[in-house]
Design a protein around this ligand. Sequence first.
Ligand code: HEC
Ligand SMILES: [Cu+2]
Length: 395
Amino acid sequence: MCFTKLKAALRWLTAFALSAASSSALADYTLNMPKGATDISGEVYGLHMLLFWVCVGIGIVVFSAMIVSIILHRRSRNPEPAKWHHNTTVEVIWTTIPFIILIVVAIPAARTLIKMEDFRQSDISIKVTGIQWKWKYDYLLHDENGQERGFGFYSTLDAESNRIRQTRSGLDPWSKENYLLEVDNPLVVPVGKKVRLLLTAADVIHAWWVPEFAVKKDAIPGYINEIWFRVTKPGIYRGQCAELCGRDHAFMPIVVHAVPEEEYEAWVREQQEKAGVLASADGEAAAAEPQEWNMEYAMRQGEKVYTQMCASCHMATGEGLAAAGYPALKGSAIATGDLAAHLDIVLHGKPNTAMMAFGGLMSDEDIAAVVTYERNAWGNDTGDLVEPSDIAAAR
Ligand code: HEC
Ligand SMILES: [Cu+2]
């Protein structure tokens, strides 16, 4: 039986090697760390290579000495071993040389570290919040009068990767470019500007990591960490959460679009317009066009919010994932019963379960929309239209 298993494993390995060789995966496959897209990442790469060659040098010297002594002083050649021990000259040499090597590598390393920790004079600050299992980006923007003009959005695994990755989806991961490395809303930054990220988390510890920028730092609840980067080449850069943060840790990728400054400015304006934070002619923040609140709009908005915020646990079908303890919302007594109890669990969560308090994470409108959606989707036809004012009252 063991033998059959071994044969199966071998067959699988061969198939894997063949498919890897024939696909683009092999072309992308590299052993070394990337030179990256920022000056700092270039320096980090340089340091890494310097140390690598120092290690190679040390390896050659140490192993040569060892091999030579093993051969020259083998027992058959020297049945009578020499009796001396302790040689001050040799000991001084083998203490001094490593000491000098350490100093030589510490100087450039410290210089780069100091630069990495220098957050002064940044051009843009963005707050990054790790959430199970997505990222939230808040652009902390002000106009020249100090008026807040910021906006924020969630960045979640793209729908297609999400479909493919479901157990027994029957879909082929190789068919999707950048499988599990694509999001719906990427972080957009201008090339050549110093971008400072303020990292935190809403639930457990996550870590924001983009290898091409040589930045990786923990995002910790109740705590703010800083990182910065200045991208030199326009492009799309990808990364992942680098701190094991729960079941879907592998499904909260990071995508950064580094674009020329004008393109960034245009994008920011568009986001500000959408968020309704732009100044009108008289200097007051112009409110977004008031949206008429009706069933059709609430359901459309609710589905979007549900896909971003809830589907990772309760599933797109509303059927939940019993094996992981995520209840179905389809036909759920709470989602089809008393509205107050339903709002309570969504706003305040359920302590000591994965159902977190969404009240602090989402606007009245988004919560009203998603609750309306839950109460009417998947055959939960309660007909209830929840108003944003209901949420404000229930908070
Ligand atoms: C991280 C996983 C997770 C996410 C994301 C999540 N939930 Fe939950 N949810 C749970 C768990 C676990 C429970 C069961 C809690 C308990 O033990 O009662 C639950 C319970 C519920 C219930 C009660 C269902 C019932 O019949 O008991 C509702 C309603 C609900 N969630 C709505 C939502 C909404 C709306 C969202 C998105 C805004 C959401 N959940 C996001 C994990 C999650
Ligand atoms: Cu994470």
